[in-house]
Each structure stands twice: as structure tokens, then as C-alpha cells.
Design a protein around this ligand. Structure first.
Ligand code: NAD
Length: 284
């Protein structure tokens, strides 16, 4: 078997196009363009690339992005003060703080400070809680985008068993909640699950979000399974690879996302969708 490719790049481009249309209609109706503050702390090259892509997407769609590039030496209280200022500004609808933050800053303290209705990443406890309660509002972008990719296959996903490899708060855990919303049965594996192969062999859907290059072996894949590879890893020779052995897995899977060009572009497009949602918050 040779897997069909799930073209995240094309699916994300289509979504951005429809979001651009939405923004055009907003502004034509006399409303302001959505405003998104993008906060980058420190000089991580990877974070700079992610932020550049997000700002580029804003420009394409017509979302006004406000850049806050802060030095690595920025203190936590300084960053909190900026968040407080952005929380109070009417021209800023959404706030994005690029992770990871420098080690001397606590991610949770900062993310909790962002007003829930300006939380474009969907990481605020209130937004995660709403997703858990089956009334999603601002949703974590990577899991939400992965659902679009699964649906794009046209397969009947209801009742399928999904194995998620990785239990992080930004990917693995909210992924399970998103899968429940579409009638899929999720299993979440983590660093202490042991014998991972045993789980993956049973999976109709594999979501790999572990952050280890080619960790999920092609030989583990159930024939015909759908594979969503969230991992983005740079090898020593500068190549980007996912968390799944792509070539070997492609021989067995029914569908597979490439890296790059799979989940990554969807994450950015979903961020844009959330940014538009924040502009419609009730007190506007
Ligand atoms: P993380 O490091 O926060 O979490 C990794 C998870 O993997 C943890 O829950 C850990 O328990 C689990 N794990 C570690 N070793 C394991 C093992 N041996 N067996 C089973 N589970 C194990 O990572 P993250 O932030 O969730 O990111 C995961 C990957 O996804 C990274 O490569 C990251 O770059 C990528 N990512 C991509 C996007 C995107 O838009 N495509 C977005 C976010 C993250």
C-alpha cells in the first residue's frame, strides 16, 4: 500500500482564503480589522521563524499585527505588565505570546494572565475548560487544525480508535478532547506508557506529537491507518523531519501528513481563525 498525502499546505491556503474573505466583509461593513499582538521574547531562531510566518499570515488575511519583540533579558514582571496593557487596549483583540519563553519566565503565569477572550492560542484554563465541556470557543490551534486534516480525507472517522503519542498541554491533551468531539475514541500515550508499539498497532488514527525524530516506526502502523505527524524536528544536516518514519509508514498507511507541509501551516491558519473570533468578543 502507498499512502495518500494529506496536503496541509493546500488545505491551510484554502482556509486562509476564506478567512481573508471574512475580514474583507468585516471591514466593508465598517468594522475595524482584527488586531493581533504578537509577542516574542528572546532570540530563538526557531521562534523567530514561527513568528515571521504568523505575521505574514496576518498581512495576507488583513489582520493588523502589532509586533512586540523583547530581549531575552526581559523580566517576568515586565512581560506581565505588557500583557496587562494589551488586555486593556481596545485596538488589540487577540494576544499571542510565542513559546517557549526564556527559562526565567514561567509560561503558565504569563499565559494565565492573558484575558481568556483575547487568548488566540486557546491555552487559557477557561478556554481549555470550555473545550472539555463540549462548548469550544478559542481552541488550541494545532489539535484543531489536525481535525481539519483528518476530515479532509473524507473517511468516516466516527468510532475510529486514535492513538496520540505525546501528552503535552498544547498538543496531546487537547487533541484527545477534539477527537472526542468528532466521535473518535482516543488513547493518549506518554513517556511512561511503555511498549508504545502495542498501542500504535491498534490505531486507526495515529497522532504523533512527541518531539523525537522518526520515533514512531513505519512497521508499527496498522494497514490503512491515517497518520497525522505533528512533530517538527531539525536533523544535524538541517533537514526537517517529523516524529514518524515517513517512508516506511507511507508503505502501510492509508493517509499521511508530510513534514513540512502538513500540520504546521494548519496551526497558523487556525491561529488566524481564532484571531478573527477574538474581534467578535461581546464587549466590542
Ligand atoms: P512536549 O515536549 O511538550 O511533549 C512531548 C510529549 O511526548 C510528552 O507528553 C512526553 O510524555 C511524551 N513522550 C516523550 N517521550 C516519550 C516516549 N518515549 N513515549 C511516549 N511518549 C513520550 O512537546 P510538544 O510541545 O507537544 O511538541 C511535540 C512535537 O510537535 C515537537 O516536535 C514540536 O516541535 C511539534 N509541534 C508542532 C506544531 C505544529 O504546528 N506542527 C505545534 C506544536 C508542536
Amino acid at each position: 500500500m502507498s499512502a495518500k498525502l494529506i496536503d496541509g499546505k493546500a488545505i491551510a491556503a484554502e482556509l486562509r482564503q476564506s478567512l481573508k474573505q471574512q475580514v474583507t466583509e468585516r471591514t466593508a461593513a465598517g468594522k475595524a480589522a482584527p488586531g493581533l499582538a504578537v509577542v516574542l521574547v528572546g532570540d530563538s531562531a526557531a521562534s523567530a521563524v514561527y513568528v515571521r510566518n504568523k505575521r505574514k499570515a496576518c498581512a495576507e488575511i488583513g489582520i493588523e499585527s502589532f509586533a512586540y519583540d523583547l530581549p531575552d533579558s526581559t523580566g517576568q514582571s515586565e512581560l506581565i505588565a505588557l500583557i496587562d496593557e494589551l488586555n486593556g487596549r481596545d485596538d488589540i483583540d487577540g494576544i499571542l505570546v510565542q513559546l517557549p519563553l526564556p527559562k526565567h519566565i514561567d509560561d503558565d503565569t504569563v499565559l494565565d494572565r492573558i484575558r481568556a477572550d483575547k487568548d488566540v492560542d486557546g491555552f487559557h484554563p477557561e478556554n481549555i475548560g470550555k473545550l472539555l465541556q463540549r462548548r469550544p470557543t478559542l481552541r488550541p490551534c494545532t489539535p484543531w487544525g489536525s481535525i481539519d486534516l483528518l476530515k479532509s480525507t473524507g473517511e468516516d472517522l466516527t468510532g475510529m480508535h486514535a492513538v496520540i503519542v505525546g501528552a503535552s498541554s498544547i498538543v496531546g491533551r487537547p487533541m484527545a478532547l477534539e477527537l472526542l468531539l468528532i466521535g473518535v475514541t482516543p488513547t493518549i500515550c506518554h513517556s511512561r506508557s511503555g511498549d508504545l508499539e502495542r498501542y500504535v498497532r491498534e490505531a486507526d488514527i495515529v497522532i504523533a506529537a512527541v518531539g523525537i525524530p522518526e520515533f514512531v516506526k513505519g512497521s508499527w502502523i496498522k494497514p490503512g491507518a491515517i497518520i497525522i505527524d505533528v512533530g517538527i524536528n531539525r536533523t544535524d544536516d538541517g533537514k526537517l523531519v517529523g516524529d514518524v518514519e515517513f517512508e516506511a509508514a507511507s508503505q502501510r498507511a492509508g493517509w499521511i501528513t508530510p513534514v513540512p507541509g502538513g500540520v504546521g501551516p494548519m496551526t497558523v491558519a487556525k491561529l488566524m481563525q481564532n484571531a478573527i473570533t477574538t474581534a467578535d468578543r461581546p464587549n466590542q
